[in-house]
Design a protein around this ligand. Sequence first.
Ligand code: PLP
Length: 388
Amino acid sequence: MKPRSFLTHAIHTGQQPDPHTGSVIPPIYMTSTYAQEFPGAHKGYDYTRAGNPNFTHLEETLASLEQGKFATAFSSGLGAITALVSMLKSGDTVVASYDMYGGTYRLFRQVFEKFGIRLLQVDTSDLEAVQKSLEEQPALLFIESPTNPLLRITDIRKVAGLAHRYNTIVAVDNTFATPYFQNPLALGADVVIHSTTKYLGGHSDIIGGTLITNQGGIKEQADFLRKAMGLNPSPFDAWLTSRGIKTLGLRMEQHQKNAMAIAEFLQQHPKVKKVYYPGLASHANHGVAQAQMSGFGGIVSAEFDFELEIMKRFIASFELFTLAESLGGVESLVDHPASMTHASIPAEERKKAGLPDGLVRFSVGIEDSSDLIEDLAETLETFQARER
Ligand code: PLP
């Protein structure tokens, strides 16, 4: 196919009309198995745990958006990370960002450590710390950038350059940025991971994940591990993800516009102690974010000047921000990481990662930003009035 731009790939690549019927939208192949003409002779699919046309369609789209050659669709973001870490062997070390999704931390610590895979956490936005950790000869460097929930930014090109001197595989969880705003493979990473549950699906109605790479050997292992470990999505979820992706670019523009407006509103409010958003000039890694991303995404974190228990009531009181785990859907959500998405990280470790107990994470949706700001302002006013 000719090189095309992002918005065109999102709609056409992997999404050609069905050759048998002309159906403009590819059908959903809800089948577990496939007829064979002769034992072993089939049309490329034998069992849906190993492959399905809806996975193939989605994988073609995902690979094109990340400027990669290959993608494998998984049951969830954690399914994709499970496959990636299962490529390692007992005795291997993984270096990962200090600040990362609580479920990823739990997978490393409570599952893979039992099998002899050691997790070493560093602040990957600190190049010296990364350099030092590489002396341990890790098999894998696993980065979130921006991180969940503190939105720290790692200079992907620089850390990939350092890691490759040690033959360390570099994987970037690109869930927060999405391929619309950041392409880690083009910056030197070997693997990109997404929880497609989030912005790629975009409508809070599926769970899915993917692993994208330019390396045939990694793609082969990803496909093998999906089949061997049962990490496949359902064809319907893969189809819904393909549908969601068609509007990814448009949604991300609006998510980012709203997130910037909310970050600026919060930054000037007297009841807000600190705002974390890579698009703000006050963000510690704003310069790196500007250089390696074409936009800053839709997640804003903040600390408020309320006692912890009052703050919890405050974030449960919005009209438009629903208190819920997850992120990246069209609707705005609010989360308290310490008791929700990151509760599986022990308090001691959260402290080391610099994750305050009072941190609040907003997944800013694509509603009208003035309505969202009004909701925040009114709820803040109600809680301030109660203090007076
Ligand atoms: N990576 C990041 C950055 C996430 O935020 C999440 C989930 O919140 C995951 C991975 C895991 O994805 P899933 O919930 O699809 O397994």
